[in-house]
Ligand binder design. Structure first.
Ligand code: ADP
Length: 640
């Protein structure tokens, strides 16, 4: 039986890495000992290696369940390039190709076979599985099994049955980047993991600078234009909520002389493919995309991710923002949002109807879950806390993380004490419940945020006087001098903080949340962020201008990778050109040949023989054989 020494040797031999990263070792050790495993690690932490190393070491085949058919070819190409023989079986292949791939998998020459979850339920595959020994079942993006997330994929629910119907039980290892406690629980139960070794690595990405800016649509566009223009050499991704917005923004940037590609699921495959290649090949620096973009793209030098709209959950946000700075160098994640974004997201959830497998009741439950996720996202926009802390706490980390850079800790906003407003709002909800009385089921009746605001501001609208005598409420006119927008902001924040809860029915109404009781305590205190920033602030001034300034001046906000010195930079360029050339020859993306990090490591080590070339980060035996003869002469030439 293989042990961790074999694992370390395989890591060096196949991948060219000197040691395991935090979290990888216990998972691999467990799998090698025949125990189930659950790996929860942020994007870029290195989940794949946790099943790829066992795949080459265990006796028998590894089946990798992966949700994205479009990525399998690249994933397999990456493995092959490291000297690991793998195949995939999916719907992009003809029936003959599928049979050929399965025959290859059955031949004993193969270490891994990649399939989508839907395939596990096919007759062809269950037959295959009954006849061949599957030693390890690795489940990528395992959170898709849970309805507590936006990526729920019903076919993942079939994995448990697939395992149960096998003649013997393989080791099962599940991996995800986005697991809250609830999702983790679902994975263990729904996939049916047996006493798994659970490894949760720190969710904090200390090289990322987090920035939240509230802005109008026009201000968002201006901000993005300026930000991108100021960084002609950096790669970045800009996420938009809709296809139309991606097109509009990409056009806009191109009109301003910034080469930007557009990517969304509505474009023809060739065009999407091209956009992705151009980005990965560094031929365009900026991609404006919907969330369809980026899954599995292992481009390590993305220096910024900008969200033009608020996503619908922290999970989605962190996954997308997390595509910045995979190389560990400083990178910036900016979230631009507006109240309109929140309304749009709420509408999306209300209208969503795409899950045919769910009964109306289940769909309702699902919608409510998504509202909970959305509230947490809104909370992120509004919080005055450290943004790193907010995210790590969301993912269940209780340790206080020191801030490694965020706009809240750099205090690019002022806070306003809204304790009095919050207390009045809370009391107003109570007044309304008393005035309206219970409904037929004995439950308190409530009004929406707009009506509450009218009452609090002492509106003279006729219905205040006629209907249920709202004008007799104790809080009627209590906040006469407070702008309506402020009251609504406070209601929104109280909702995300749990003092209030929004209920959906024919109309959205506001009722008490689980923390409502705190609002009547003596020591109750609440602040909100003064988020409005001047749209066209000059640099150095308060507001978004200072967000710009901070990039150049603040140590923490520095978003420039460690620069190579002059001559090394020249070598880097040459190596990068060679990498592009090879990538074109073999028709694969450059990162499959070598990562930027490997190129940088070559610039530092300047290897001139095989032995030193193997010391380069990311160079294993197979890569040495494939590319050593191409890269070594360039380095020798450079030194001469
Ligand atoms: P994830 O699936 O968690 O998003 P990947 O498996 O794609 O992450 O790994 C991210 C990058 O880190 C890849 O380029 C991978 O080769 C690299 N990597 C993984 N493990 C190690 C390691 N032990 N040492 C160095 N690099 C590693």
């Amino acid at each position: 039986m293989a042990d961790m020494n074999d694992a370390r040797a395989a890591l060096k031999h196949y991948f060219g890495y000197d040691g395991f990263r935090p979290g990888q070792e216990p998972l691999i050790a467990a799998i090698l000992q025949g125990r189930d495993a659950l790996g929860v690690m942020p994007t870029g932490a290195g989940k794949s290696i946790c099943y790829q190393i066992p795949a080459v070491l265990v006796d028998g085949l590894t089946v990798v369940v992966s949700p994205l058919v479009s990525l399998m070819a690249d994933q397999v190409a990456g493995l092959e390039d490291n000297g690991i023989h793998a195949v995939y079986v999916n719907s992009t292949q003809s029936p003959d190709e599928q049979s050929a791939a399965l025959a290859e998998a059955a031949s004993g020459r193969c270490d891994a076979v990649y399939v989508a979850p839907e395939r596990l339920g096919t007759r062809q595959f269950t037959d295959f599985a009954a006849r061949n020994r599957i030693a390890l079942l690795a489940i990528d993006e395992a959170h898709c099994v849970s309805q507590w997330g936006q990526d729920f994929r019903p076919a993942y629910l079939g994995i448990g049955d697939f395992i149960a119907n096998l003649p013997y039980r393989p080791v099962v290892a599940a991996f995800t980047a986005t697991a809250t406690e609830r999702v983790r629980h679902d994975i263990v139960n729904l996939v049916g993991l047996h006493d798994p070794q659970v490894s949760v690595t720190g969710f904090d990405r200390t090289n990322l600078y987090f920035d939240v800016i509230k802005a109008t649509p026009t201000a968002k566009r201006q901000w993005i234009e300026r930000y991108v223009t100021a960084r002609p050499d950096e790669s970045g991704i800009i996420y938009c909520a809709t296809r139309k917005e991606t097109e509009r923004l990409a056009d806009d940037l191109n009109d301003h002389g910034i080469a930007a590609a557009c990517y969304h699921a509505g474009l023809p495959p060739e065009q999407r493919h091209q956009a992705q290649r151009d980005f990965v090949n560094d031929e365009v620096r900026v991609v404006v995309a919907t969330n369809a973009f980026g899954m599995g793209i292992d481009k390590s030098n993305v220096r910024y991710v900008i969200h033009h709209n608020m996503p619908d959950s922290i999970e989605a946000y962190y996954q997308e923002a997390g595509r910045a700075g995979r190389d560990g160098e400083p990178a910036r994640c900016t979230l631009l949002w507006s109240d309109g974004d929140i309304n749009t997201r709420r509408r999306f959830i209300d209208m969503e109807n795409d899950n045919e497998r769910l009964s109306p009741e289940e769909a309702d439950v699902n919608r409510n879950r998504r509202r909970v996720l959305l509230d947490a996202m809104v909370g992120y926009c509004r919080t005055t806390e450290c943004l790193h802390k907010y995210i790590t706490a969301y993912f269940g980390e209780t340790d206080d993380v020191p801030c490694s850079g965020c706009s809240n800790c750099d205090s690019e906003f002022e806070t306003i004490d809204v304790t009095d407003i919050a207390v009045a709002v809370s009391r107003c909800v109570h007044d309304v419940q008393v005035l309206l009385g219970p409904d037929g089921n004995g439950r308190p009746r409530n009004l929406g945020a707009g009506k509450l605001t009218q009452i609090l501001r002492g509106s003279d609208a006729q219905e205040m006087h006629d209907w249920r005598h709202l004008d007799t409420a104790y809080t009627y006119g209590k906040l006469r001098d407070v702008p309506a927008a402020r009251i609504r902001d406070v209601i929104a924040q109280m909702t995300s903080d749990g003092y209030l809860r929004v209920e959906d029915g024919k109309y959205q109404t506001v009722t008490f949340g689980p923390r409502a009781g705190e609002t009547v305590r003596q020591d109750f205190h609440m602040v909100i962020k003064q988020v409005e920033r001047p749209a066209a602030a000059s640099s150095g001034g308060y507001g978004e201008g200072s967000a710009f300034g901070a990039l150049g001046t603040s140590r923490k906000a520095r978003a420039v990778p460690d620069e190579l010195s002059g001559t090394d930079a020249e070598l880097f360029e040459r190596l990068r050109d060679l990498r592009t050339e090879i990538a074109r020859e073999i028709g694969k993306p450059p990162y499959i040949v070598f990562s930027d990090k490997s190129l940088r490591s070559m610039c530092e080590l300047k290897p001139t023989d095989d032995e030193t070339f193997l010391e380069v980060n990311g160079v294993g035996q197979h890569k040495l054989e494939l590319y050593g003869e191409r890269f070594l002469p360039v380095i020798r030439d450079f030194l001469a």
